[in-house]
Design a protein around this ligand. Structure first.
Ligand code: GAR
Length: 205
């Protein structure tokens, strides 16, 4: 069975979508670790409640020493022996050295239709550009930020009344559909692009 570790920074709603799907039975993978860079990340307690081992490595303890933080972070990850590492709302940029160790088996979900809007503030940037649609992408992680090969996308229309918050909420609903759909395939070595059918409009919960 394919072993999956998940890195989070906060609430971990994408992590929960992945864990729920893996624990639903009939899945080629199982969660072996949820780790966070913030001990207060509420997703840790939610993962523990679902019986998934958790770990926290506080990045603030390492100041600007990214390599030292990653050397600590990688310990619980290696101990869990994951086949796949999923970034799910993990808000630290990883160094090329770290990425290299999981090359070809690390995924990320990003709240834009990449290659548009890598980095932060994706929804505001889509609104500022007057885009008619927005969405999310799952991609393989490479050393360049938010630029690895695409594995799946889901789209939502941008509505005239949208703010960055309403758009983010509507995209997040699609993230929870897309990431599990991609992981199910990726866990059995299927890297074909997943294009989810367009979402119904006006859904925010
Ligand atoms: C999600 O929207 C995810 O796409 C985004 O952070 C949110 C985390 O929510 N990730 C990034 O912006 C990565 N650059 P979650 O903790 O509830 O899954």
């Amino acid at each position: 069975m394919t072993r999956v570790a998940i890195l989070i920074s906060g609430g971990g709603s994408n992590m929960l979508a992945l864990v729920r799907d893996m624990l639903s039975g009939d899945h080629p993978a199982r969660p072996v670790l949820v780790a966070a860079n913030d001990p207060a990340a509420t997703g840790l307690a939610r993962a523990a409640q679902m019986g998934v081992p958790v770990a926290a490595v506080d990045h603030r303890a390492y100041g600007r020493d990214r390599a030292a933080f990653e050397a600590a972070l990688i310990q619980p990850i290696l101990a869990a022996k994951p086949d796949i590492l999923c970034l799910a709302g993990f808000m630290r940029v990883l160094t090329p050295d770290f990425v290299r160790q999981f090359e070809g088996r690390m995924l990320n979900i990003h709240p834009s239709l990449l290659p548009k809007y890598p980095g932060l503030h994706t929804h505001q940037r889509a609104l500022d550009a007057g885009d008619a649609e927005a969405g999310c992408s799952v991609h393989e992680v490479t050393a360049e930020l938010d630029a690895g090969p695409l594995l799946g996308q889901a789209r939502v229309p941008v509505l005239p009344c949208d703010t960055a918050d309403t758009l983010a909420a509507r995209v997040l609903v699609q993230e929870h559909r897309l990431y599990p759909a991609v992981l199910r395939r990726y866990a059995v070595g299927d890297r074909r692009m997943v294009n989810l059918p367009p979402a119904p409009t006006g859904v925010s919960g």
